[in-house]
Ligand binder design. Structure first.
Ligand code: SF4
Length: 254
């Protein structure tokens, strides 16, 4: 999707699909299960669209160098929207009994990571070398439900990633289509959430996840319009500016 016009068209189409899912969710709403299911439905659409478009746009490009088990970039701050946090929380609840049998306590890992990285800026965070708490035995155990931020970071050179992680360089050849699609997909979902009156901003993943794991009714409260993860909010971009941009895109002629 090289042209801006194509990007905007894609944003609007995807926004429409998210809006449909959100509209349908109010029919037969049945509490926490429905709200959790809504998050899964939104993210299923988001990830399918992301994967299909990235596959198309990376045709002919140099291969990625991200291998299974490589978690070099997993010291970066991860931000996620409320549906992503809720989807991940539901997954963690489901896999926790099995992981516990192998001595892996994901919740405790999140707590420890959060204690180290809370309040740190990007550079300090990388310097702390605190790895993402979802790495167990060297692999990401939530890979299938990882946030869009993780999906959007794909490198053509893992040695460059390692040099950057050790502070020797900061020029990583990331795949541009992955980064652009992540932004488009996430923004289209955020815009639809905002139109539906739901909290739509981004949150620091570990802090938001602890809130979700501690509140069994978090999904339902979010569905009812509460900004459940407000304490974990990240404001890299002015929300008013984002909202204005979303409105301008939606107002463009079809
Ligand atoms: S969720 Fe998985 S892919 Fe994302 S930073 Fe954590 S370990 Fe890495």
């Amino acid at each position: 999707m090289p042209a801006d016009l194509d990007s905007l068209r894609y944003f609007r189409q995807l926004h429409g699909r998210f809006a449909e899912i959100l509209r349908a969710s109010s029919t037969g709403f049945a509490g926490e299960a429905s709200a959790t299911g809504l998050s899964a439905a939104l993210l299923s659409t988001a990830c399918q669209s992301f994967d299909a478009n990235v596959a198309h746009q990376t045709e002919g490009q140099p291969p990625l160098d991200c291998g299974r088990g490589c978690a070099t970039c997993c010291t970066l701050r991860v931000t996620a929207t409320a549906p992503e946090v809720l989807w991940l929380a539901a997954f963690i609840r489901a896999i926790t009994p099995g992981l516990m049998q192998h001595g892996i306590d994901l919740r405790a890992q999140v707590e420890r990571a959060h204690a180290v990285t809370q309040g740190l800026g990007e550079r300090e965070r990388v310097a702390s070398r605190q790895r993402c708490p979802f790495i167990a035995r060297g692999v990401c155990v939530v890979y299938q439900v990882r946030p869009l931020a993780c999906r959007g970071l794909a490198s053509h050179d893992r040695r460059a990633c390692a040099r950057a992680a050790s502070g020797q360089a900061d020029d990583i050849p990331y795949s541009e289509p992955h980064m652009r699609m992540r932004g488009l997909v996430q923004n289209a979902m955020q815009s639809a959430l905002r139109d539906a009156g739901l909290s739509w901003l981004a949150y620091e993943l570990n802090a938001a996840l602890l809130i979700a794991l501690d509140a069994p009714d978090a999904a339902e409260r979010w569905w009812h319009g509460e900004d459940v993860f407000a304490a974990a909010q990240v404001c890299d971009v002015d929300p008013a500016e984002m909202a204005d941009t979303f409105d301008q895109i939606k107002a463009l002629p079809a």
